[in-house]
Design a protein. Structure first.
Ligand SMILES: Nc1ncnc2c1ncn2[C@@H]1O[C@H](COP(=O)(O)OP(=O)(O)OP(=O)(O)O)[C@@H](O)[C@H]1O
Length: 310
């Protein structure tokens, strides 16, 4: 559904050229939900704007939804939906008018526009709100309306730029369910996000971008496994004895922690071996790595800090 090769964008600025995206390859299969994760300024929006024809690449090529990005941008646009960070449906319009007007813009007849709008209002839990002004909707409702607008022409591929930014936890969860339903209905979804929990919950596969290059790729679980292994924390009076057995073990008082691959499977044997050595254990904990650990390892920066600073 997306095949991009060597996609790059250089901006000319007074301070000299800025290489916002440095030749990325992106493959997204039909029906996949792919999360595009990266810190501020990593190149997410620039990549997304190129993939959606809003910005011309300075190098590279791509085929999006079966159409060539450079020679047939109109074909790409017909087959994709794009929901930007602030798509902001017309604030002074009524919900139904907004949807129907946009549907007419996509070339639907009056009757079809009305039917399509009603169907989307239903699908995005907005039924009953059609007479309301867009400005009176809650943040979560507005965001769902934005996505409904992006789905009016029934695109096979939907791009979402930071879909849940500025929503409260409950509205985010609700929105996530709707995004999952889109995927279940066969729509391919490519979304950018700052939020690790969002990337973890939604994505079949993640692409991690930093300084304009892809630095990691895989399912959330694959990335977690590849990068750090599980953190085992043992409480024992013989912490330093235990630490000698494991590379990179850290001792803090009567606690020793170290990383092992597949902690849940390795742990029973490991505890048996320690028992054979006569090690006395007070407590045992295994922590799966978080995507934040992954991020830190790949980029040297914590995404949580980035998100807080944003
Ligand atoms: N029009 C522009 N002119 C000059 N530099 C730009 C322009 N647009 C983006 N950049 C620079 O390109 C780099 C990538 O920006 P981009 O907006 O793609 O990052 P991002 O990952 O989307 O960040 P954020 O999460 O903050 O939206 C940044 O260094 C940014 O300052």
């Amino acid at each position: 559904m997306i095949k991009a090769r060597g996609l790059a964008r250089r901006f000319a600025t007074k301070a000299g050229p800025v290489d916002a995206v440095r030749g990325v390859d992106i493959d997204v299969a039909e029906g996949e939900l792919v999360g595009f994760l990266g810190p501020n300024g990593a190149g997410k929006s620039t990549t997304l704007r190129m993939l959606t024809t809003l910005l011309r690449p300075t190098a590279g090529e791509a085929v999006i939804a079966g159409h060539d990005l450079l020679s047939d941008p109109a074909g790409v646009r017909r087959n994709i939906g794009y929901v930007g960070q602030r798509t902001g449906a017309g604030q002074d319009q009524r919900v139904r008018d907004e949807l129907e007007f946009q549907a007419r813009f996509y070339g639907l007849g009056k009757h079809d526009a009305r039917r399509r709008a009603a169907d989307l209002l239903d699908r995005f839990d907005l039924a009953g709100l059609e007479e309301r002004g867009v400005i009176t909707l809650s943040g979560g409702q507005q965001r769902r309306l934005d996505i409904a607008m992006g789905m009016l022409h029934d695109p096979r591929l939907l791009f979402l730029d930071e879909p849940s930014t500025a929503l409260d936890p409950q509205s985010r969860r609700h929105l996530w369910e709707h995004i999952k339903q889109l995927r279940a209905g066969g729509t391919t979804v490519f979304l950018t996000t700052h939020y690790l929990d969002e990337a973890d919950f939604l994505s079949d596969r993640l692409l991690v971008i930093d300084h304009g290059s892809i630095v990691g790729e895989g399912s959330p679980d694959e990335l977690k496994n590849r990068v750090s292994g599980d953190l085992v924390v043992l409480g024992t009076p013989q912490a330093s004895l235990v630490s000698e057995k494991f590379e990179n073990a850290v001792v803090e008082g009567e606690q020793v922690s170290f990383r092992v691959p597949n902690g849940d499977r390795t742990l029973p044997g490991l505890l048996r071996d320690l028992g054979d050595l006569g090690v006395e254990l007070h407590s045992v904990q295994v922590h799966r790595p978080t995507l934040d650990d992954v991020f830190l390892t790949m980029t040297g920066r914590s995404l949580r800090e980035e998100a807080r600073a944003a």
